[in-house]
Write a protein that binds this ligand. Structure first.
Ligand SMILES: O=C(O)CCC(=O)C(=O)O
Length: 340
């Protein structure tokens, strides 16, 4: 129900019922560190081989990296953030028109992750949009704020081109043909989550989003330039904060690239924590294989005695399995190990 949206009510000094995590599952914010080695890759560098090598290294070690000089203008990034915030500040009756807690709906304003299934909620509202092909979906996107459709569709177009370019570099880094991954993933869908995390009275007790990996191929995240919140798990043990850098985008690998790379690349565990003083917005763009794409380790990567870690499956099978579970359960890809 739309009255579950966090962005429509004022919050006082304690968490409402249903948001407090059990003691053994809290963010332990004092244990989170910053890491000055988080890979930062300049996509405009004239040394293309070096860019590919840096991306390869980042995918093997961290499973994510930040990019600068990616070709999307500062002005557009600012407009996307501004129109996103404007959307969440609309009056409740306007937002209620788009509310749904049905995960299969292609355009929906919702809250937490999967309110129908989960036992503890997350401190997040989100607008979920399907974005490709744009002509098919844009007519049903919010028409309030008035500039929303134009700004977000321009961003979607640019972010898709950027994503395809990155997939080419990732293929080359794996020693595959430049178009290998793009061909495997087929005519990719593109989804967007505009995440809004209101100020939270007790950020130590809850999450904006609990630890999860992304089920898709590649995620490009535009973060609020002023408020931190994204944290990633390094070496399976240490949470590190990914502080925003001006005009940078964060790229993280999803489960499908871990499968294609036969486990050489990591689909990184990440989470969003919330903040007592500031609201925060992030815009995640997901490149997703087409439903019928058959995913599995690339043949070239399982020669020379390397056994396939994952069996082949269709993305449709994977995506249904992902949404039938809780976000923070074990890695969904673990259910797809075995022979090709
Ligand atoms: O808000 C963030 O920093 C993370 C968002 C995210 O992980 C997601 O939308 O899947």
């Amino acid at each position: 129900m739309a009255n579950q949206l966090l962005s429509t009510v004022a919050h006082r000094d304690t968490l409402p019922e249903g948001y407090t995590r059990p003691e053994n599952d809290r963010p332990q914010l004092a244990d989170v560190v910053t890491d000055s080695n988080i890979p930062l890759i300049d996509l405009a560098s004239p040394d293309k081989h070096r860019v590919i090598a840096e991306i390869d290294q980042a995918c093997r070690t961290y499973g994510f990296f930040q990019i600068i000089n990616h070709g999307i203008s500062e002005e557009l990034l600012e407009k996307v953030m501004a129109v996103g915030l404007e959307f969440f500040r609309l009056p409740p009756e306007e937002k209620a028109k788009l509310y749904s807690d049905e995960p299969s709906k292609k355009i929906r304003l919702s809250t937490s992750f999967n309110v129908r299934k989960e036992t503890v909620h997350n401190w997040r509202d989100y607008l979920r949009l399907h974005c490709h092909p744009l002509e098919e979906f844009v007519p049903d996107w919010p028409s309030n704020p008035e500039t929303f459709k134009e700004i977000i569709s321009t961003y979607c177009r640019e972010v898709r081109l950027l994503g395809l370019r990155l997939l080419g570099a990732i293929s080359l880094g794996l020693g595959l043909e430049e178009d290998y991954i793009e061909n495997v993933l087929g005519e990719q869908e593109q989804h967007m989550a505009v995440n809004y995390y209101p100020r939270c009275p007790e950020p130590d007790l809850t999450y904006g989003l609990p630890k999860h990996t992304d089920p898709n191929a590649l995620t490009i995240l535009l973060m609020d330039p002023h408020v931190s919140g994204l944290q990633v798990l390094k070496d399976g043990a240490q949470w590190i904060a990914v502080d925003p850098r001006p005009n940078a985008l964060v790229v993280n690998l999803g489960d499908q690239l871990q499968a294609v790379s036969n486990g050489a690349y990591k689909s990184v565990w990440h989470r969003a924590v919330v903040n007592a003083a500031r609201e925060r917005l992030s815009v995640a763009s997901f490149l997703c294989p087409c439903n019928s794409a058959v995913i599995g380790p690339a043949d070239k990567l399982i020669g020379d005695g390397d056994e396939p870690v994952y069996r082949s499956y269709t993305y449709d099978e994977y995506y249904k399995k992902f949404w039938s579970r809780n976000l923070d359960q074990d890695h969904c890809l673990e259910l797809f190990t075995g022979q090709k």
